[in-house]
Design a protein around this ligand. Structure first.
Ligand SMILES: Nc1ncnc2c1ncn2[C@@H]1O[C@H](COP(=O)(O)OP(=O)(O)OP(=O)(O)O)[C@@H](O)[C@H]1O
Ligand SMILES: [Mg+2]
Length: 249
């Protein structure tokens, strides 16, 4: 059974279909990138899958359960975590506190804020572990808003990973990063992907990043899926070349 199964996903605003009849299957632990020109519908597709945006039509099943009508918090409770195209951490909280919120979300009701220092310490240790894995341990006690842009994006990934999701949705994790930051992020993500127990859907404009990270590639163009397959094969596809690679902005 697929972990994720989308059928005919569509989102229209008036007569305009931002996402138009997209089918998508994703297996447990599969890593798949989604590319397409600006406005192709990538973020809209992800928002529908994560329950952040109402679907005009179509269905989403997660591990066999029909989750089409569920809101984002119910999707999160089922193990779907996402990072946003625009950084969405709490800038006043420290980096560590941000990640601890992710750990806490995972612990759910078992977490008792007044339930003793031991639980608190365990949460903090787990959060610190994720910061270390993303190379952010040195900034743990700084307000997240004071971190460099690239580090804020990495922090967002840490918050999402701390939830130990079954499905991780990353919308342009390297957006706005310098070349050096992007290289560092790709290396970190590679390491994490190699051991993580999570399936990943990744939107990424930087094709070098896509080619390095994702064995499978989906291309969206004007809301429609125009290619879906092994990355090397899709990369060589003539229609893809024309729709995306040729018209790269
Ligand atoms: N709330 C909205 N109301 C109307 N149109 C919208 C809304 N949100 C998105 N759109 C339109 O839907 C289309 C798809 O947008 P979307 O953000 O999904 O594209 P994208 O592929 O993520 O683009 P980018 O690469 O720029 O992030 C765009 O034409 C956009 O203008
Ligand atoms: Mg987008």
């Amino acid at each position: 059974m697929s972990l994720l199964s989308c059928r005919g996903l569509t989102r229209a605003w008036g007569a305009f279909r931002a996402v138009d009849g997209v089918d998508l299957e994703l297996a447990e632990r599969e890593i798949c990138a989604v590319i397409g020109p600006n406005g192709a519908g990538k973020s809209t597709l992800f928002a529908m899958i994560a329950g952040n945006l109402r679907k005009t039509s179509g269905t989403v099943h997660l591990a066999g359960e029909d989750v089409s009508a569920l809101p984002a918090h119910a999707m999160a409770a089922r193990g779907v975590a996402r990072s946003f195209q625009i950084t969405a951490i709490c800038p006043e909280l420290t980096a560590l506190e941000n990640v601890r919120l992710g750990v806490q979300a995972r612990e759910g009701l078992r977490w008792q804020p007044l339930g003793g220092r031991a639980a608190m310490r365990r949460g903090e240790e787990a959060a610190m572990g994720w910061l270390e894995r993303l190379g952010l341990a040195g900034q743990a006690r700084l307000p997240a808003g004071e971190l460099a842009h690239g580090d804020q994006r990495l922090l967002e990934v840490a918050v999402a990973l701390a939830q130990r999701p079954r499905l991780l949705i990353l919308d342009e994790p390297t957006q706005g990063m310098s070349q050096g930051e992007t290289r560092r992020t790709v290396a970190l993500l590679r390491g994490i992907m190699a051991e993580a127990e999570t399936a990943i859907l990744l939107v990424e404009h930087d094709l070098e990043v896509v080619f390095e990270l994702a064995p499978r590639l989906i291309v969206l163009h004007r809301g429609r899926k125009i290619a879906d397959g092994p990355t090397a094969q899709v990369r060589a596809d003539a229609a893809v070349q024309e729709a995306y690679l040729g018209g790269l902005d």
